[in-house]
Design a protein around this ligand. Structure first.
Ligand code: ATP
Ligand code: MG
Length: 464
């Protein structure tokens, strides 16, 4: 049953077309992963693909990372392969570089005594795969597969939850979120990435463990938010954050937009939902534009006077920058998003003079124009209005024309001047000097390589 009310965020498509075993068997695994698994097995150890890669293959997606789990201790793994980097050795993880790929190999673990809601105070190795799977966060992340023997281990109903599109904790949700407060945010992130729902008990545990999540290091929160905002539908994750109380912990400013109405001739949604849908509509691989889309109207609630929001672009820049600074985004991202938010209200008209277009280019910065236009498109899509991008195309054409003119060479750009002409030809100032320079410019426009002082002086002497 859906626990999301309000506008529909996604359609749950149910059912898996092919049996999971068959999909796993048919997949073409990277040679490096097969090599690592076979090498460890030849030494009498077990080794499985685990977590995201198994989940993604079952979903028909291409895995981005390959995590392996084994009962061999990290020292043994390090010894068996030539290039091994101890990337997370305190948690039993080493990265093996083989056959053109990198593979994270982690020794079966059993986590004990989470005292601070952040890190297990002790990590113990285990000989038991099931124990390792039981410490993992969600059922869909707790499946393991050995592609050399086709052994598929799914002790917690991961495949069933995948087919029902559900994020569900392994074990009792409140316990698992109390152990590590980041997991509740991860639940929202996976819901957004996979367009899944969060199972009800799992969802209600988020609200019960907010005090634990509050203690999580902000850098870890940052990383999860980036993954959520780079997913296919950030709105799903942010809406789960709002309904569970997580949004109030991390971006309470967004909540001010809930129920704030906007002029109906433009807007279908309140300020909050408009921010979410604009974010969904921004290009998935452009984090600054996604962030700017989410935050572009962040200052509308405090700037609202009747049905106007005067000054929300400038105030929005301040608020967006504060939020991003607090969430440890890079200075580069903070500046870029601030600039986009501050300029998102530009109102191009065909009547703009060339000087106005030039001022606009200077204010926004040439390099930022494509992102500002992408934000404008996302903003329009977030209103669910008929999108008329004709005016953006017209503005782009005018910008191109102005740039072409500015880049074009003028007489003053020649590497010789009137004085050179007069000296080389021993002539006084007069119309002939200008004619010679114009003739040189014609030649240089045909072949810009000619614009060198020595070449031009030579041409004056020959043809002047
Ligand atoms: P992604 O596609 O984002 O890499 P993933 O499932 O691989 O997704 P990771 O964060 O790379 O996610 O973690 C790898 C695996 O480690 C997860 O699938 C899960 O089994 C386990 N895991 C990661 N973080 C936690 C956590 N905080 N608590 C419990 N298990 C975790
Ligand atoms: Mg991963």
């Amino acid at each position: 049953m859906s626990n999301i009310a309000g506008p529909p965020l996604h359609e749950a498509e149910r059912g898996c077309p092919k049996g999971g075993d068959e999909v796993l068997k048919d997949y073409k695994y990277p040679a490096g992963a097969l090599h690592i698994i076979q090498t460890l097995k030849d030494q009498g150890f077990k080794c499985f693909l685990v977590g995201g890669s198994v989940r993604d293959i079952l979903l028909g997606r291409t895995p981005t990372e390959w995590d392996l789990t084994t009962d061999a201790p990290p020292e043994t793994v390090s010894r068996l392969f030539h290039k091994v980097v101890p990337t997370g050795i305190e948690f039993g993880t080493v990265t093996v570089l083989v056959e053109g790929g990198t593979f994270e190999v982690t020794t079966f673990r059993r986590d004990e005594q989470y005292t601070d809601g952040r890190h297990p105070s002790q990590v113990k190795y285990s000989k038991n795969l099931e124990e390792d799977l039981s410490r993992r966060d969600f059922t869909v992340n707790a499946m393991a597969y050995d592609p050399t023997s086709y052994e598929f281990v799914d002790k917690f109903g991961g495949q069933k939850d995948l087919s029902e599109k559900l994020i569900r904790t392994v074990g009792r949700a409140v316990d698992r979120f109390s152990e590590d407060g980041l997991r509740s945010l991860r639940a929202c992130r996976f819901a957004a990435q996979l367009t899944f729902e969060i199972e009800e008990k799992t969802f209600s545990a988020i609200g019960q463990t907010l005090q634990i999540t509050k203690k999580v290091a902000v850098e870890r929160v940052h990383d999860e938010l980036v993954k959520m905002l780079s997913s296919s539908k950030p709105s799903i994750g942010i809406e789960y954050m709002r309904r569970s109380g997580l949004l109030n912990l991390f971006i309470p400013e967004l909540l001010l937009g809930v129920g704030v109405e906007q002029p109906a001739q433009f807007h279908k949604w309140d300020v909050y939902y408009h921010a979410l849908y604009s974010c969904d509509a921004a290009p998935l691989d452009n984090l600054p534009v996604r962030l700017a889309a989410l935050l572009h109207d962040i200052a509308k609630p405090p700037c609202k006077v009747e049905n106007t929001f005067y000054g929300h672009d400038q105030k929005g820049r301040e608020m967006a920058e504060d939020i991003l600074r607090r969430l440890r985004f890079s200075n580069e991202h903070i500046e870029k998003v601030g600039l986009l938010v501050a300029n998102h209200m530009f109102n191009y008209q065909s009547s703009w003079s060339d000087a106005a277009v030039r001022r606009f280019i200077r204010r926004v910065g040439l390099d930022n124009l494509p992102d500002l236009f992408a934000l404008r498109m996302a903003d329009a899509r977030g209103m669910e209005r008929e999108i008329d991008s004709g005016y953006l195309e017209e503005l782009q054409l005018r910008i191109d024309k102005i740039l072409a003119e500015e880049n074009a060479l003028h007489i003053k750009d020649l590497k010789v001047d009137g004085g050179d002409v007069m000296r080389e030809l021993s002539i006084p100032a007069g119309p002939r000097v200008g004619k010679v320079l114009e003739a040189l410019l014609e030649k240089v426009l045909d072949d810009p390589a000619l614009n060198e002082r020595e070449k031009l002086l030579e041409m004056i002497r020959k043809h002047g």
